[in-house]
Design a protein around this ligand. Structure first.
Ligand code: ADP
Length: 353
C-alpha cells in the first residue's frame, strides 16, 4: 500500500523561507485536506508533492521511495487543478484518454480504461460529446476522469471547486467524497474553505504562515483546537474569544464574571483567553446572565438565528432559535454551559486543556 511522508519539508524562494519544516504522514487511501488562509503555503506543499516545485530541504517519500528528484510523471500521482484544462475540440473520450497519452497501452486497452473510468464517473453516455455540450459539473468530472484513467496511487486537488457556483460546489463536494469511497485512493485536497475541509477530510491539516498549526480529524480540530488560530479558523461564525485571568477556582472574565473551571496551567492571575462557540452559549431574554447585553444584529438562517450581542463593548455571537428569535435592540442574557469551554494561554494562544 502506498503512503506518503513529508519530512522536514522546507521551501525557499531566494532568501525567503515560505514553508518551515513541514512534517506529515498520510496513510494509503486517506483523504487529507490542507486548509488555511491565502498565502499560508498550501499550494506550494501540494506542488512539491506533485514534483512541480523544487524541494529546498527535506524529504518526500511515496510508497517508501524518496521522490525528491523524480519527474512528476514518475511519481504515480495525478493532479486536478482549479482551472482544469480540458480541450474544447476533443470529445470527452479523447479528453479522458489524454491522461494515457504516454502510457504504453494498446488502443483497445486504453479504450477499456476510459470506459471503466467513465462508468465510475457516470459519464458513459457522454463520451462522444464535446466539452461545450456539458454542464460545469460534468466538465469537472472529465478533468477528474483524466486523472483517474492512469490509476495513480495519489490524487492531488488544487482548489478544484473554487470556480463553481455555490450549488454546484456542494454537489461536486459530495461527488468527490463518493468517488473517494469508491476508488479508495489517497487524496490530498487544497482549499481555503473550512467547510470543504470539514466535510471532505479524514484528517485536516491547518496551516498558517508556512507552519502546520494542527493535524486532526474534523471532530478533533473543531472540538479540541490546538490554539486560538485553529479555534477561530474552523467553524463559522468563529469561536468567541473572551479575555480573562485565572483565579483560585476558574477564570475571571474581563467584565468581572467568574466562570468556575478546572484546567491544567490555570494559575491565579495568569492571563488567559476563554473560547466559547456560538452554539455553546445559551441565550434568554433579560439580564443577569454571565454575559448580558443588547442584540445589535440578528441574522436569520431558517433553522437557527445568529445574534450579535454587544456585551460591554465586546461583540459576542450566539445562536438562538429559528422560530422565535430575538430582534435587534432586545436585551439578552447569555449563559456559558459547563461543557464547550476552551482555555488558551493569552500570550501564545496555545490551548491549556
Ligand atoms: P496558498 O496556496 O496557501 O495560498 P502558496 O503556497 O501559493 O499559498 O504561497 C505560499 C507563500 O509563498 C506566499 O507567501 C507566496 O507569496 C509565496 N510564493 C509562492 N510562489 C512564489 C514564487 N514563485 N516566488 C516567491 N514567492 C512565492
Amino acid at each position: 500500500m502506498t503512503d506518503l511522508i513529508l519530512r522536514d519539508l522546507v521551501k525557499r524562494y531566494g532568501d525567503t523561507e515560505v514553508l518551515h519544516s513541514i512534517n506529515l504522514h498520510v496513510a494509503a487511501g486517506e483523504f487529507i485536506v490542507l486548509v488555511g488562509p491565502s498565502g499560508c503555503g498550501k499550494s506550494t506543499t501540494l506542488r512539491m508533492i506533485a514534483g512541480l516545485e523544487e524541494i529546498s530541504d527535506g524529504v518526500i517519500e511515496i510508497g517508501g521511495n524518496v521522490v525528491n528528484n523524480l519527474e512528476p510523471k514518475e511519481r504515480n500521482i495525478a493532479m486536478v487543478f482549479q482551472n482544469y484544462a480540458i480541450y474544447p475540440h476533443m470529445s470527452v473520450r479523447r479528453n479522458i484518454g489524454f491522461g494515457l497519452k504516454t502510457a504504453k497501452l494498446s488502443k483497445a486497452e486504453k479504450n477499456a480504461r476510459i470506459d471503466e473510468v467513465a462508468g465510475i464517473l457516470g459519464m458513459t453516455d457522454l463520451l462522444e460529446r464535446r466539452p461545450a455540450q456539458l454542464s460545469g459539473g460534468q466538465r469537472q468530472r472529465v478533468a477528474i476522469g483524466r486523472a483517474m484513467v492512469r490509476d495513480p496511487a495519489v490524487f492531488l486537488f488544487d482548489e478544484p471547486l473554487s470556480n463553481l457556483d455555490a450549488q454546484l460546489r456542494t454537489q461536486m463536494r459530495l461527488e468527490i467524497k463518493k468517488l473517494h469511497n469508491r476508488v479508495g485512493r489517497m487524496m490530498i485536497f487544497v482549499t481555503h474553505d473550512q467547510v470543504e475541509a470539514m466535510t471532505l477530510a479524514d484528517r485536516i491539516v491547518i496551516m498558517k504562515d508556512g507552519h502546520i498549526q494542527q493535524i486532526g480529524t474534523p471532530s478533533e480540530v473543531y472540538h479540541n483546537p490546538a490554539n486560538t488560530f485553529v479555534a477561530q479558523f474552523i467553524g463559522a461564525p468563529a469561536m468567541n474569544l473572551l479575555a480573562g485571568e485565572g483565579t483560585e477556582g476558574g477564570v475571571k472574565l474581563w467584565n468581572g464574571t467568574n466562570v468556575p473551571l478546572e484546567g491544567p496551567g490555570l494559575a491565579a492571575g495568569r492571563p488567559v483567553t476563554l473560547g466559547v462557540r456560538p452554539e455553546d452559549l445559551q441565550s434568554g431574554p433579560g439580564e443577569g446572565g454571565a454575559l448580558s447585553g443588547v442584540v445589535t444584529v440578528a441574522e436569520p438562517l431558517g433553522s437557527e438565528t445568529l445574534i450579535y450581542v454587544d456585551v460591554g463593548g465586546k461583540e459576542i455571537v450566539a445562536t438562538a432559535p429559528g422560530r422565535t428569535p430575538p430582534a435587534a435592540g432586545d436585551h439578552i442574557a447569555l449563559n456559558l454551559s459547563t461543557t464547550g469551554l476552551h482555555l488558551f494561554d493569552e500570550a501564545s494562544g496555545v490551548a491549556l486543556t
